[in-house]
Design a binder for this molecule. Structure first.
Ligand SMILES: Nc1nc2c(ncn2[C@@H]2O[C@H](COP(=O)(O)OP(=O)(O)OP(=O)(O)O)[C@@H](O)[C@H]2O)c(=O)[nH]1
Ligand SMILES: [Mg+2]
Length: 305
């Protein structure tokens, strides 16, 4: 039960927006000290909107991790990812707009325009400052951005190295309205365990096959059974073509075996139980263009409020 009263507590939603690969998920994981959102060096890692709930003694910040806003046109999946990110900047108390230090691309421009439409408080977050040797270079970089677009505040951080996150949290706190906790204080996400399991498998696929496989690889759980102390999980990996299936399976099944071992380890850490993981690779032609398939694989109606 929530015992906090409005007088001594603040709570609200904060959307984290930016082009792919700027470090949105890394920042959220760092704040929560938990891997809620998978991370990779490949752009467009996040595909689903995820709520990450950060509860402290004085506030509850509900972060919305979003897919990076990108310029790739075409498939229904790509359009859906951009729409997801756009819609999340509305109805929130603050927007964190992430950019990578000294890197400004057309995709950042597209993302900042989306963000500008939001009526929430806007915080510009310059991430990956650990990569910048001469920090003075940051001044003209930031001046140009704040000269063109409206921000209430600017922060310089390294999400990866956990640098200057506390001042950012303090600034977020200032934007929140008074209110009692929105979620139970021990709840960290709106997502199910099954969802995180599919994400942990997808993370291994992205890590190993980032060159060979398209973004369209997806995972669903076919069966989940707990027998005694062991969780038996049977998951399908969906690809679009037979040659992609061959890549994932590898010579004599070596690749899929390794994916399975690594994913099982991550899943065991996450659910704190022993796991027996079975993976199957299945081909569904062009599911990224098929809006019904996108619905079936859970890419819609993601934001529960
Ligand atoms: N050097 C450095 N690398 C970082 C930092 N933050 C994130 N990264 C790296 O940047 C890459 C992308 O990070 P993600 O957190 O997946 O980025 P994202 O914005 O969520 O990307 P999408 O989900 O694709 O939109 C990963 O390789 C991270 O390790 C940072 O502060 N410094
Ligand atoms: Mg991400």
């Amino acid at each position: 039960m929530n015992t906090k009263t409005e007088a001594d507590y603040k709570s609200g939603y904060v959307a984290v927006i930016g082009r792919p690969n700027v470090g949105k998920s890394t920042l959220i994981n760092q704040i929560l000290q938990q891997k809620l959102s998978i991370v990779s060096h490949k752009p467009q890692t996040t595909r689903h909107q995820i709520l990450a709930i950060h509860s402290t003694e004085t506030a509850q910040i509900v972060f919305i991790d979003t897919p990076g806003i990108h310029n790739q046109k075409g498939t229904a999946l790509n359009k859906h990812l951009n729409q997801t990110a756009q819609s999340s900047s509305h109805g929130v108390d603050a927007v964190l707009f992430l950019v990578e230090a000294l890197k400004w691309t057309d995709e950042d421009l597209r993302a900042v325009k989306v963000m500008s439409q939001s009526s929430a408080k806007k915080i510009l977050v310059i991430n990956k400052v650990d990569k910048v040797k001469n920090k003075e270079q940051l001044i003209p970089f930031v001046e140009k951005i704040v000269g063109e677009f409206d921000f209430n505040d600017v922060h310089y951080i390294s999400a990866l190295r956990n640098k200057h996150i506390n001042p950012l949290l303090a600034a977020i706190y200032e934007t929140l309205p008074a209110g009692s906790p929105i979620f139970d204080e021990d709840q960290v996400s709106d997502r199910s365990t099954r969802f995180f399991i599919t994400e942990l498998i997808r993370e291994q696929l992205m890590e190993r096959f980032h060159q060979e496989l398209p973004y369209s690889v997806t995972v669903n759980i076919e069966a989940y059974e707990i027998k005694g102390a062991i969780h038996h999980i049977h998951a399908n990996i969906w690809v679009e073509r037979n040659n992609q299936k061959r890549i994932i399976i590898g010579t004599k099944g070596e690749a899929i075996k390794q994916i399975g071992i690594n994913a099982r380890r991550e899943i065991e850490k996450f659910i704190e139980n022993k796991v027996n993981l079975k993976l199957w690779v299945k081909v569904k032609s062009s599911w990224t263009d098929d809006i019904r398939a996108i619905e079936a694989l859970g890419y819609t109606d993601e934001f529960k409020d």
